[in-house]
Design a protein around this ligand. Structure first.
Ligand code: FAD
Ligand code: MLT
Ligand code: ZN
Length: 473
């Protein structure tokens, strides 16, 4: 292994091969603090050719590689296992915005560019890069592509895979595939770009991407709406689609428990409504500078909602600061729940018309499994995705850990029975790889393994992530 470290130092320079405990600490534990491992080394290449040299050296030594971007992933896919033999390949030094073409509607970036920096570069060119996540100040485009990230703009603009036109990838054998063509139309064979999107670092290392840009939407109309239950929220979604059409850009839900955690743990947060409600919806319309009708459309949605007995009250943002404050209530939930204590995350999706029944049915099952468990239910209800994240009973962090397998199995079984998915947007990573395979047909798992074998026959790219190791499924 000393030979490998020498080769890595030759490839990227001594300063960019980290082996000391304190230097590697931030790379071997994830944002949740739950997923932690050990690394032989953390390597920080500064260019695509250096990434290729690192992969080639690891392959020659038989060392497996764990690609890492912003390390904000929530399923343990970007941190090494416990063996101390894996090399973490961080894209953190590859942060160049290579080109912005507002007319073609494209931006070409290094994989290590932080999502917020892509948004800013697009805005400076008078365009919108719509992807938006609570982690956008830290997560990278490479990580977003590797996880096929979702977020709060999926309703209008789609998942990451709908925002990408081409990729540059270092393959497991060290070759570089340059697919940065950025064409809207290209029917010349299998779609290799899409093969790598959502592959969670198991097929190669994304080093660059051409992304789609959209017309800027500087005007917003935003409201925080009190609704009685998930059924009312879904009915409100129908009204919002009817009145706002293509301007509807956000439709997020949160239960009272989620808001209470934010109010308790987020400095400066305050409840925008006088009376508590069991559920809330954050609804936003967005449009161009010339779109004058957004406020009227929002008003029409809320009036119709009150008349149909779907909404009890609403706070409308009257200024950019008020809009930011409403968004903070939504985006602060993950952090607030982490501060509260032990959390068991479930990132599920079902057909939208089944969500309300599912939430009503799963709550009693959770309570029967662990008395006092607190469902913190929120997420992207507009696209059918709920984060059914359980907080421990007050003072009962260990109880949650003990009951975790039973709670998660009950959730996943009911989601699978309802034709849903156990991972809507976070991926499978290390923690859900086995569960992911267990809810797929044998044919589907075989096809996935065949793809993996074809690209990575030695199994050195993020083994145990996305697909369980053979013999562990
Ligand atoms: P990492 O965590 O570093 O890695 C994630 C996975 O991608 C790993 O398997 C890793 O090996 C692989 N990978 C990373 N970079 C590359 C690369 N260049 N080439 C190949 N593989 C690579 N996710 C959502 O989808 N929607 C949300 O709304 C959302 N909200 C979040 C809010 C908070 C507060 C936090 C902490 C996380 C949230 N996430 C959300 C999860 C996370 O931010 C996303 O999964 C994000 O896409 C991960 O990007 P990253 O750069 O941090 O990747
Ligand atoms: C979010 O939408 O805030 C995250 O994806 C949810 C989470 O942290 O579980
Ligand atoms: Zn989410």
């Amino acid at each position: 292994m000393n030979d490998l470290l020498d080769h890595l130092r030759t490839a990227v320079g001594d300063a960019h091969v980290l082996t000391d405990g304190a230097d590697v600490a931030a790379y071997v534990v994830d944002w949740t603090g739950v997923h932690a491992g050990q690394a032989l080394a953390v390597v920080r290449p500064g260019s695509t050719s250096e990434v290729a040299a690192v992969v080639t050296a690891c392959r020659a030594a038989g060392a497996s590689v764990v690609p890492q971007g912003g390390n904000t992933g929530l399923v343990g896919g970007g941190v090494p296992d416990a063996t101390g033999t894996q090399v973490v390949l961080s894209l953190g030094r590859m942060r160049t915005v290579r080109e912005v073409d507002p007319v073609a509607g494209t931006i070409t970036v290094d994989a290590g560019v932080v999502l917020a920096d892509v948004q800013d570069a697009a805005a400076q060119a008078g365009r919108l890069f719509p992807m938006s996540l609570g982690s956008e100040g830290s997560c990278t485009i490479g990580g977003n592509l590797a996880t096929n990230a979702g977020g709060t703009a999926v309703l209008r603009y789609g998942m990451t895979r709908e925002l990408v036109l081409g990729l540059e990838v270092v393959l497991p054998d060290g070759r570089i595939w340059d697919g940065l063509r950025g064409l809207r139309k290209d029917n010349t064979g299998y779609d290799l770009t899409q093969l790598f999107v959502g592959s969670e670092g198991t097929l190669g290392i994304i080093t660059g991407a051409v992304l789609r840009l959209f017309p800027a939407t500087p005007r917003h109309a935003t409201a925080w709406v009190a609704v009685a239950d998930v059924a009312a929220a879904v009915a409100l979604l129908g009204l919002a689609q009817q009145h706002a059409g293509a301007h509807l850009s956000t439709f997020e839900i949160a239960n009272r428990q989620a808001l209470e955690l934010v109010l308790a743990h987020l400095p400066g947060a305050s409840d925008p409504l006088a009376e508590p409600s069991d559920w809330y919806v954050l609804v936003e319309l967005a449009g161009a500078q010339t779109d004058d009708g957004l406020d009227d459309a929002l008003e029409a949605i809320l009036t119709a909602a009150v008349e149909a007995d779907l909404a009890a009250d609403a706070a409308i943002a009257g200024s950019p600061a008020q809009r930011t404050a409403l968004w903070a209530l939504r985006e602060g939930i993950s952090e607030a729940q982490k501060v509260e204590g032990a959390t068991l995350k479930h990132d599920v999706t079902l057909p939208i018309n089944r969500l309300a029944d599912w939430v009503a049915e799963i709550g009693p099952k959770m309570a029967a499994t662990l008395e006092g468990v607190r469902p913190v239910t929120y997420g992207h209800v507009g696209d059918g995705n709920l984060h059914y994240n359980l907080s421990a009973p007050v003072g009962g962090d260990d109880d949650l850990r003990t009951a975790a397998a039973d709670l998660s199995t009950a959730i996943y079984d009911s989601v699978a029975a309802g034709n849903g998915s156990i991972s809507a947007e976070h991926g499978l990573g290390r923690t859900k790889a086995a569960a992911g395979a267990s809810y797929k047909s044998a044919v589907e798992v075989d096809l996935m393994r065949a793809v993996k074998r074809a690209l990575d026959p030695d199994g050195l790219m993020n083994p145990g992530v996305l697909l369980p190791l053979v013999g562990q499924s």
